[in-house]
Ligand binder design. Structure first.
Ligand SMILES: Nc1ncnc2c1ncn2[C@@H]1O[C@H](COP(=O)(O)OP(=O)(O)OP(=O)(O)O)[C@@H](O)[C@H]1O
Ligand SMILES: [Mg+2]
Length: 238
């Protein structure tokens, strides 16, 4: 079988004296989308940050698109097409939507496709076009999330990581974002998504990792089906 786009093997990471990930393994981008779920504070975000270079791994390897990217800078990893939309709002408040999208296309491989990607982002999120010169600080939470995802798409991702893209959003705007995430997936970009909304995750992904205590406690591979109630049982431990 061919190598998956992303292969994480025995990845260790933590903060100061605290070890969060003792040696976690996963893969993504072979066929379909990958979902990560599990209780709060058990290492999902830490795993994604160690994969995309935002946190230096303490052990293990990350291979992406045929190359070892372990310990590379976030910028070098973005340049290769692995793009991470972090959890929460991490945009610079004084930038306009136009500034953010332009910055998103900074990588050399993204610059060539900048105009086409901008059109694609504005078709996906028409609201961003209507507020083109508006500063991030004046946008709603949902609009900021659209800018974050739009900025990532400007980087022309080969694999896109979304860490809780709908966290804290009201139902109507959440539906809009979920629809956009499906559109991105249908356009051919493989995704890794962390989500608390199990229905959304089951519909979007075909390969799930239940992360508990910094480890993969259960893996549900493509072709293995799982009921909502089984997932709930994992969360609540019965
Ligand atoms: N910058 C940091 N410094 C120190 N400890 C941290 C830091 N970020 C996270 N942690 C700790 O690492 C552990 C794992 O956190 P992480 O954010 O990876 O969990 P998570 O599964 O993404 O949780 P959530 O579902 O709430 O987003 C937690 O105990 C958390 O307190
Ligand atoms: Mg998290």
């Amino acid at each position: 079988m061919s190598e998956p786009m992303l292969r994480v093997a025995g990845l260790a990471a933590g903060y100061g004296r605290v070890t969060v990930l003792g040696g976690i393994s996963m893969e993504a981008g072979r066929s379909g989308n990958v979902g990560l779920f599990g209780p709060n504070g058990h290492g999902k975000t830490t795993l994604l940050r160690a994969v995309s270079g935002l946190l230096k791994p303490r052990g293990g390897t990350v291979r992406f698109d045929g190359h070892d990217i372990t310990g590379m800078s976030p910028r070098a990893i973005v340049d290769r097409g692995l793009i991470h939309v972090p959890q929460g709002n991490t945009l610079f408040p004084d930038l306009t939507i136009a500034d953010c999208l332009t910055l998103g296309a900074y990588a050399p491989r993204a610059r060539a496709a900048e105009a086409a990607n901008r059109e694609r982002v504005l078709a996906l999120f028409p609201k961003l076009g209507a507020r083109w010169r508006q500063r991030v600080r004046t946008l709603s939470g949902g609009e900021r999330q659209m800018v974050s995802i739009g900025t990532a798409l400007m980087g022309d991702p080969k694999l896109l990581i979304l860490d809780e893209p709908t966290l804290g959003l009201a139902p109507k705007i959440k539906d809009e974002l979920c629809k956009a995430v499906f559109d991105i997936s249908r356009s051919g970009v493989p995704l890794i998504v962390v989500e608390q909304d199990v229905e959304f995750l089951l519909e979007l992904t075909n390969h799930l990792y239940f992360i508990n205590h910094g480890q993969v406690e259960t893996e549900i591979r493509p072709g293995e089906s799982l009921a909502h109630s089984d997932i709930m049982a994992m969360y609540f431990g019965h």
